[in-house]
Design a protein around this ligand. Structure first.
Ligand code: CU
Length: 287
């Protein structure tokens, strides 16, 4: 009992300290995370997601109008042609004008839907003037992110261990937080190329409007450009095996200088940068 109370107080203290840290200058805010009772799309964090949401809004209007119209026809026909009001049925079978109308009008509606749909598909398909590329690889059951433009720095991103999940920081939502996030600079167009090492996986971050199925032996392309710094979360969206729910996607969006600093640090720890000049001086002379 007392132990529980102490734990509770410790928990509150940890939250207060954690919140203090989260609002500090260097910490990133948690932006793209699901909320309880969320009913709609997440807010759009990329230009692509803005377009996905506006296409959805257009479709919602169209399907609502069609549904209301069909419902009205059904109810009206049931009322107007009920046997009490219409004891003798008409023998009319064809009506050319009506038949042309109910063929042409749906075609026009489909064209109205198809034009913005294809525009959106092509908009999200290829990055235009991408500043950098990140290669996303799905594994059973974690993600790896390679940065070919930054000296091929590779980050492996795994869900926090059971022990770490007990003491989560505010920037670490349960079942979504990872040991190493994918780090990207803010406001930069980034080409995402995706593949998988074993089975199919799905690299999906809802607020980015991206959902790339990654397939062994193939490269799929997409792009993101995140306009606000912070933490963003997603999940593997392709049933890939028993660890499917344990391979979340976490993206940390930082300022450009901070990103450069992160790259340097990654290069150093991976041994991609010579620590001193002695290393290069030791190259054999006959080469
Ligand atoms: Cu997966």
């Amino acid at each position: 009992m007392i132990g529980k109370r102490v734990l509770g107080i410790l928990g509150i203290l940890a939250t207060v300290v954690g919140l203090g840290m989260a609002t500090g200058a260097s910490a990133q805010p948690v932006v793209g995370v699901p909320h309880e009772w969320q009913m709609n799309f997440p807010p759009a964090y990329t230009p692509l997601m803005e377009k996905v949401a506006s296409l959805h809004d257009l479709l919602l209007v169209i399907i609502t109008l069609i549904s209301v119209f069909v419902l009205f026809l059904l109810v009206y026909a049931m009322w107007r042609f009920h046997v009490s009001r219409n004891p003798t049925s008409t023998t009319t079978t064809h009506h050319t004008g009506l038949e042309i109308a109910w063929t042409v009008i749906p075609i026009l509606i489909l064209v109205v839907i198809a034009i913005p749909s294809f525009r959106l598909l092509y908009y999200g398909d290829k990055a235009v003037d991408a500043a950098m590329t990140i290669k996303v690889t799905g594994h059973q059951w974690y993600w790896s992110y390679a940065y070919p433009d930054q000296g091929n720095v590779v980050v492996e991103s795994r869900i926090l261990s059971e022990a770490d999940r007990v003491k989560l920081k505010p920037s670490q939502p349960r079942m979504l937080a990872v040991d190493e996030e994918m780090v990207i600079p803010v406001g930069t167009t980034i080409r995402i190329i995706g593949t998988a090492a074993d089975s199919m996986h799905g690299w999906t971050v809802p607020g980015f409007g991206i959902k790339k199925t990654v397939i062994p032996g193939r490269l799929n392309e997409g792009w993101i450009s995140v306009l606000k710094e912070g933490y963003y979360f997603g999940q593997c969206s392709q049933i890939c095996g028993n660890g499917h729910s344990y391979m979340p996607i976490a993206v940390r969006v930082v300022s450009k200088p901070e990103f450069d600093k992160w790259v340097e640090q990654k290069k150093k720890s991976a041994g991609l940068l010579p620590v001193t000049d002695v290393a290069s001086a030791a190259t054999p002379a006959n080469r």
